[in-house]
Design a protein around this ligand. Sequence first.
Ligand SMILES: Cc1cc2nc3c(=O)[nH]c(=O)nc-3n(C[C@H](O)[C@H](O)[C@H](O)COP(=O)(O)OP(=O)(O)OC[C@H]3O[C@@H](n4cnc5c(N)ncnc54)[C@H](O)[C@@H]3O)c2cc1C
Length: 461
Amino acid sequence: MNPLRIRRAGQMPASPQVQVAIVGAGACGLTAAIRLRDAGVECVLLERDAIPSGSTALSSGFIPAAGTRLQQSLGIDDSPTAFAQDIQAKAHGNAAAHLVGPYTQAVAQAVDALERHGLVFEVLDGFLYPGHRVRRMHAVPEHTGAALMVQLERAATTAGADILCSALVRELWVDANDRVLGLGYQRPDNSIETLACDTLVLACNGFGGNPQMVHELLPQMREAIFAGHAGNDGSAVAWGRQLGARLADLGGYQGHGSWAVPQGALISWAVMMQGAVQINADGARFHDETQGYSEAAVHVLAQPGGIAWNVFDAPLLEMARGFPDFNQAEQAGALKSAPDQAALARLIGCDAAALHTALAEVRPGLPDGFGRVFKRALAAPYYAVKVTGALFHTQGGLDIDAHCHVLKHDGTPFANLLAAGGAARGVSGNAVWGYLSGNGLLSALGGGWIAAGSAAAMTAR
Ligand SMILES: Cc1cc2nc3c(=O)[nH]c(=O)nc-3n(C[C@H](O)[C@H](O)[C@H](O)COP(=O)(O)OP(=O)(O)OC[C@H]3O[C@@H](n4cnc5c(N)ncnc54)[C@H](O)[C@@H]3O)c2cc1C
C-alpha cells in the first residue's frame, strides 16, 4: 500500500460525514477542535496513536502569548505587536510577514479561551527566554507538555469534539477541482475506513520523524537525534507534494543544543541564560550561548564527537531544579559534579589549562570573545551535564495564507483544505537561527485557532 496518497475521484465511497475533520490531536488539532465546538461546529479528530500525545506531550509546554488576560492581571506590559517585532528580530525579518501578525493575535485569544475552558496558566517567572523582551511564556502549573495535553484533551472532549484514536490517516480523497471529499484511515487491523468531510484541517505536525525527508530537506540535521514525536512522519508534506500544494520555509526548524546524552532529556536553556556555559571536549567554549538554543544545536554538533558539556555552579543548579525536565535528567544520572576545575577537566576529559582559560573568560565586565557579557563568574563546586544537539521539530511545511488556507503552486487557495501548527510553514524563516523560543506552540495554538475560525466560517456559508 502506498503509505500516504491522494485519491482522485468524483465521489467518496459511502462514508459517515462530518463538518470538519482534523488530522492530528496535538496542541494544534485540539485547540482547533475547542474553537470549532465553541462555534457549534461538529468535528472529528483523527489521531494515529492510541492516546493523543504528539510532540506537544514531549515538550515543556511553554506557550508564548502577548496581551493575555493573565499577563494584564500580572501587570506585564505586552502586546501582539511587540511579540511580532521580537519574532521578526530573531528571524532577521525573514519570518512569513502575513502570518506573524495573525499568529501573535490569535495565540492570546486561544490562551484566554482555554482559560474559559478551565485550563489554569502561569506566566513563567525568574528569567527571559532568548529574544523575548518580557515574560510571556504561559504554562500549566505542572510546567510540562504532557500536563498541557491532558488539559487540552479534557477541554476538547468536554466541549463535544470526537477524537478517533488508532486512526492513521493514509489517504485524502479529492475531486477533479482539488476539493477535499474526505479521507481514508488505517485501523490497527490494517483495514481502511473512510470519513467524508466538508472541510479538512491538517494538524499532523512536520517531518522530523521521517529520516528520508530530514536527509533531503535538512541535511545538517541528518545525524542528529530527533527528540520529537516519531509519528510526525511528514504526512502533510507528502500529501502536499502530490496535490500540487506550495511548500515554504522547509529549511526552518527548532533545534536544541542541550539534549542530555545518553539519558535523552532536555536540559533547560534557562540555565544558560542565567550564566552557564558550554565547553567542548577540548576544554574550550565555542559560541555565545545566549543567542538561542535552536542554533546552538548546530554549534554543538560541530564540536568533536558532536557533544558539549553544560557547566554551571550551585546557584544555577538550584534554579535548574525548578524544571521537571531537568529533575528527570538528574534522576536518570545526567548530572555530574566536580569539586574544582581540575576535577571538572578530568570529568570532561580535557586539558586542565585549556579549561582554566575558558572559565577565566566567564567573569563580569567586558564582553568575552563571543560578545557575551556575564553578570558573575562561576564558582566551585562545578556541575556538568553532557549534551548533544537535537532536532525538536520542523518549521517548514505547507504554504498557507493568513487564514490558514493551504495554497497551490500558483498561490491560490484550495477550496476546503486548511493547515496549521507544524503541518504548515511557521514564523521562523528558512533557517535554524530564525526560531524564537516558543514558535512551535505559537504556531500550534495560534494556527489552530485561526484554522478553526476559517473552517467555521466555511461551514456557515
Ligand atoms: C523536547 C521538546 C520540547 C519542546 N518544548 C517546547 C516549548 O516549551 N514551547 C514551544 O513552543 N514548543 C516546544 N516544542 C515544540 C512543540 O512541541 C511543537 O511545535 C508543537 O507541539 C507542535 O504541535 P502540533 O499540534 O502541530 O503537533 P503534535 O503535538 O506533534 O501533534 C500532531 C499529531 O498528529 C498525529 N499525526 C501525525 N500524522 C498523522 C496521520 N497521518 N494520521 C493521524 N495522526 C497523525 C501525531 O501522532 C500527533 O499526535 C518542543 C519540542 C520538543 C521535542
